[in-house]
Design a protein around this ligand. Structure first.
Ligand SMILES: N[C@@H](CCC(=O)N[C@@H](CS)C(=O)NCC(=O)O)C(=O)O
Length: 203
């Protein structure tokens, strides 16, 4: 079995580089660079998957796209002791699932739209204001959760923290500052050796 993670620079695939490090599994990281003007992925990724986006995971003849799906695949196959994902009978399981999927879901879509609107210099239109209000609502939801729990799934670090990490760092970069519990969570997870190893591998 040969695992290969196709990783685009400055992209959400860095959270899977981080997860692979947390899991301590053998996985080749294949690096790609965004086009300097368009910011798009290079066409080589289209040879691997029709969407041509990153992350992509290859496991021998299996190719799988979508960060959450890749994380679930890796954990199902390579985390038999559930060190990084709660068992389905654990009380943390529903919350874990919700945050794993939130990392590409409702809490972050407004921020993504906002980013594209900003890049198009469309910051003073009703859609941009609506997206900013939705992003603020999501940030308050995350802050309220982290004020009560050390990690996204509860008291223990899980893959949900890796997946939420990239989005929260981006929010911090855009907003300039994070609310206190979210900031404390970010500092806690950034102190992890696997996070630091991910930075060495290259984001
Ligand atoms: N929902 C997908 C999003 C994949 C995606 O949009 N990846 C971006 C990187 S952040 C990408 O490859 N962008 C380059 C491009 O679209 O050409 C996931 O979670 O994997």
């Amino acid at each position: 079995m040969a695992l290969k993670l196709h990783h685009l620079n400055a992209s959400r695939s860095q959270r899977l580089v981080w997860l692979v490090e947390e899991m301590g599994i053998d996985c080749e990281i294949v690096h790609y660079q965004r086009h300097p003007e368009t910011n798009l992925a290079p066409p080589e990724l289209l040879d691997i998957h029709p969407m041509g986006k990153s992350p992509l995971l290859e496991d021998d003849d299996v190719v799988i796209a979508e960060t959450g799906a890749i994380a679930e695949y890796l954990l199902a196959k390579h985390d038999p002791d559930h060190k990084l994902h709660p068992r389905s009978d654990s009380p943390d399981f529903p919350r874990y699932l919700e945050w794993v999927h939130s990392a590409e879901g409702a809490p972050f879509l407004p921020g993504l739209f906002g980013f594209y609107l900003l890049r198009s210099e469309l910051t003073d239109i009703p859609l941009a204001h609506a997206m900013a209000a939705e992003a603020a609502k999501a940030a308050a939801h995350i802050e309220a959760h982290l004020a009560k729990h050390d990690y996204f799934a509860g008291d223990s670090f899980t893959a949900a923290d890796c997946l939420m990490g990239f989005q929260i760092q981006n929010t911090a970069l855009r907003a300039g500052a994070l609310p206190p519990a979210t900031q404390a969570w970010l500092e806690r997870v950034q102190a992890r050796p696997a996070y630091k190893k991910m930075l060495e591998i290259g984001v």
